[in-house]
Ligand binder design. Sequence first.
Ligand SMILES: NC(=O)c1ccc[n+]([C@@H]2O[C@H](COP(=O)([O-])OP(=O)(O)OC[C@H]3O[C@@H](n4cnc5c(N)ncnc54)[C@H](O)[C@@H]3O)[C@@H](O)[C@H]2O)c1
Length: 343
Amino acid sequence: MNAASSTVRVGVIGFGQWGPNHVRNFRAIDGCDVARVCDASAGRLALARKQFRDVETTTDPAAVTRATDVDAVVIATPVQSHVALAQQALEAGKDVLCEKPLAATVAECRALADLAATHGRILMVGHVFLYNPAVQHLKVDLDRGELGRVYYMDATRTNLGPVRRDVGAIHDLASHDVSIFNHLLESAPVEVSAAGGFFLQEKIEDIGFLTLTYPRGVICHVHTSWLNPRKVRQLTIVGDHKMAVWDDMNNLEPIRYYDKGVTADHYSSFGEFQMILRDGAITIPKVRLAEPLMKQDQDFVDCIRSRRPPAADARFGLEVVRVLEAARESLAQGGRAVKLPPA
Ligand SMILES: NC(=O)c1ccc[n+]([C@@H]2O[C@H](COP(=O)([O-])OP(=O)(O)OC[C@H]3O[C@@H](n4cnc5c(N)ncnc54)[C@H](O)[C@@H]3O)[C@@H](O)[C@H]2O)c1
């Protein structure tokens, strides 16, 4: 941090699809400045200079990670490059915001978590859904017991494209849902099984169906795909008291609570019972719109200033990758359930 002005000077590596959003946000945050943008592609850098006229650009990541006028590094490159870039930045004493997933393997995540701890640096992972106002709303209500005991969650994240060449749909898309499940349930799954399909590329799955068992028997399922005619972003949560549906494509009324349920009513002394359906009101809470990425980037700056660890720290990022790795293992073994030992 520039002591004279206390400005947080950010360097962004990766100016592809997602990086420009970080540049836009960090430039808009008070007391923050984007000192440099790096991309391996000269064409992308030309675009960066066109879009953000006064920004300095480089094709050399070291000119960002090792620059004395950079306090914090944002990594928005494909996952295979995360570990080397984050390592360079942490070793140079920079705080790091690394896009999700933190790294390709659990071992790499662990090495980065250790490195951040050794150097006393903040390592935040871009699990942006933790900053989604609807997810935050659901979290508050779940913690308050609004839905009662959670039985299961079911998520759908489908669309036609964008098709990635570096990682499959499970790493790319289901990483979001795993982060949401882990965050809402404040735990990690104990067992994972996955099915998937490789239709467009040989080793990169286009679709994934993941079933995750969490502590206390909560089942979470996600259908993820970039090979689907419809863009669906939906999560259903079923509790023993109420049920909720979050539709992330609905900006006006993203969440609906259903006062619905089924209870067993015992009516004889011989253990007989009947199922009573409760089909009550549907309520739509007010959820205030805000750009989750802006909230995430602002939180990164707050963490840098206060030295507070972020919610999506390296440990959180590692837990997500542990699930993704187990899912791929299950996929390779024809859907066999893979146990996840406690971290
Ligand atoms: N949170 C979200 O919702 C969200 C959305 C999209 C992407 N992402 C994440 O952001 C990251 C980037 O995704 P993208 O869609 O922008 O990818 P992309 O392929 O569109 O862009 C990546 C850019 O990084 C550059 N690059 C690659 N290796 C580099 C290196 N070693 N040094 C410098 N530049 C390098 C490439 O030239 C390219 O311009 C991924 O981790 C992805 O998962 C997150």
